[in-house]
Design a protein around this ligand. Structure first.
Ligand code: FES
Length: 278
């Protein structure tokens, strides 16, 4: 167990200036999601004075504490003063960090350095801002947003809540956010499947329809002694022979044909029309 100063613990429990500045004059990034730690710092600068600063981080308690105290250290300071801050200054302000955690103060320093460099170079901030406007916090314990979780899933092919926790820390404390993380994973893969389906060639579409009928629909109908035979596919029209009834349907009013059509619409293409033949 690491030995943390009271100040580290206090800043970790009550981090200051968490979030983003939509009208930031400079944004700096350090670390990477792939390595599990990332810090993004936003600066508002007027007349060479840092008038506001905020941060978003994926990281451990030391990363949160380092980022939090860094924002306090720079707000109200001139750019000349801010440029002199080192990672040692950050660690000193926290009353020290365990040697194994010094990288967190380095990450704070690097993000600040990156922001100042971007400000000096007049980098187009639109290139640095993430595309989504919405920044909904999913994990309150770690301040992890929906976009951060989405990106982690997308970039790393994450499929389980546990994997998301390993990469972002979201879900790793009280666990209240786990259902929301699961919803994001499900939404991501449903969206991805839809995108894959829209790019299917006619031949791939026929194969997919056949596969869904065989593995999902027939299997469901056979449980109740029913069955389905695929007769023909013509564009979005799917001709089938049906037997049995829809006792397994979630909606009691749904017909057998309705069940087949809904399943194919969901799994393959919303324009599919099922036509029952004798
Ligand atoms: S809200 Fe995510 S672990 Fe507590």
């Amino acid at each position: 167990m690491w030995d943390y100063s009271e100040k580290v613990i206090e800043h970790y429990r009550n981090p200051r200036n968490v979030g983003k500045l939509d009208d930031a004059d400079a944004i700096g990034i350090a670390g990477s999601l792939a390595c599990g730690d990332q810090l993004k710092i936003y600066l508002k600068i007027k007349n060479n004075i840092v008038v506001d600063a905020k941060f978003q981080t994926f990281g451990c308690g030391s990363a949160v504490a380092s980022s939090s105290i860094l924002t306090e250290m720079i707000i109200g300071k001139s750019l000349d003063e801010v440029k002199k801050i080192t990672n040692k200054d950050i660690a000193d302000q926290l009353g020290g960090l365990p040697p194994e955690k010094m990288h967190c103060s380095v990450m704070g320093y690097e993000a600040l350095e990156d922001a100042l460099k971007n400000y000096d170079d007049y980098v187009d901030l639109d290139d640095l801002r993430e595309e989504p406007v919405k920044e909904k916090i999913i994990c309150q314990c770690f301040g992890v947003t929906e976009n951060q979780i989405w990106d982690a899933i997308k970039h790393n092919g994450l499929k389980t809540v546990e994997e998301v926790t390993n990469f972002t820390k979201a879900g790793g404390a009280c666990g209240r956010c786990k259902d929301a993380i699961k919803d994001i994973i499900d939404t991501y893969y449903k969206k991805q499947e839809k995108e894959e389906n829209t790019s299917l060639s006619p031949a791939q579409k026929i194969l997919k329809i056949s596969k869904v009928i065989e593995t999902q629909i027939a299997a469901e109908l056979q449980k109740d002694g029913g069955d389905i035979t695929l007769v023909d596919i013509d564009g979005s029209k799917v001709y089938v022979k049906l037997r049995g009834k829809c006792s397994g349907c979630k909606n009691a009013m749904m017909t057998l044909k309705g069940f087949v059509e809904n399943t194919l619409k969901e799994a393959v293409d919303k324009n599919i029309e099922v036509i029952e033949v004798e």
